[in-house]
Design a binder for this molecule. Structure first.
Ligand SMILES: Nc1ncnc2c1ncn2[C@@H]1O[C@H](COP(=O)(O)OP(=O)(O)O)[C@@H](O)[C@H]1O
Ligand SMILES: [Mg+2]
Length: 237
């Protein structure tokens, strides 16, 4: 079943007296459990598309359907709810709170929502996530004491803490060296396999995009091609 569908989406930004057509008529679907890359050079429209899916922005034309809801028909409160319930975000610049430790950074989104969760459940869930991203030994370290790769691992766990169905990651490896970047995408892929969370990440890096099961190649705001491959090990533990 499709969890995200874009239908003939256009996004035009005003720019002084002219305008920029960032996305010029894009249609594609993301299946639940997909591990998909929005790939393309700088300026091709990747961030714009992720912002439209994440309800950070609205299309000029066309529709964006997320989890069976047409996002263009939601009011601000419904958008906030959809974003909190359904979507987790990972950013290229990690966006952690430097003085909070690993565990506190991961817990942070729970403080913003109305999730009812007991102290015990919360501490077990945080412990599970910290272990999942391989940071148990660093769990009391402050974010500003971590390496770039460790920071992005914290950001992955933070994105997962509200149990979203979709995780959006805009160039999550752009500030990492290539080996660390690949290990971050492999970690996302492992979580995708284990938890069935849908991941949508953008990249301009061919070594990173090829880790995806499904690649949408963008060029100048249009889909140039789309590639799907058989999932290796699909269904195995
Ligand atoms: N807020 C904005 N205002 C004006 N132009 C923008 C804005 N955001 C993006 N653009 C333009 O839209 C195009 C696509 O941008 P973007 O989605 O950021 O591409 P990518 O993430 O692939 O680098 C670029 O030409 C960019 O300059
Ligand atoms: Mg971008």
């Amino acid at each position: 079943m499709a969890i995200v569908t874009l239908d003939n989406v256009k996004k035009i930004y005003p720019l002084g007296k002219t305008e920029v057509e960032a996305v010029r008529g894009v249609s594609f679907s993301v299946e639940e459990g997909d591990f998909i890359s929005i790939a393309g050079p700088s300026g091709s429209g990747k961030t714009t598309i992720l912002n439209l899916i994440g309800c950070i922005d609205t299309p000029t034309e066309g529709t964006v359907v997320v989890d069976e809801v047409n996002t263009g028909e939601l009011n601000d409160k419904e958008i906030t709810n959809l974003r909190h319930r359904t979507i987790g975000f990972i950013f290229q610049s990690f966006n952690l709170i430097p003085v909070l430790n690993v565990e506190e950074n991961i817990e942070f989104p729970l403080l913003l929502g109305k999730d009812r969760i007991s102290k015990k459940e919360k501490s077990e869930w945080l412990g599970f996530l910290i272990d999942e991203v391989g940071l148990t030994e660093q769990k009391n370290h402050r974010a500003n004491e971590l390496s770039g790769g460790q920071r992005q691992r914290v950001a992955i766990a933070r994105a997962l803490v509200t149990k979203p169905r979709i995780v959006l990651a805009d160039e999550p490896t752009a500030n990492l060296d290539s080996k660390t970047g690949e290990s971050i995408i492999e970690l996302m892929k492992k979580i995708n396999r284990e938890q069935k969370t849908t991941f949508i990440f953008s990249t301009h890096d061919p070594a990173i995009m090829k880790i995806a099961d499904h690649i949408i190649f963008l060029h100048d705001g249009l889909i140039e091609s789309e590639e799907r491959r058989e999932r290796e090990n699909a269904g195995s533990p």
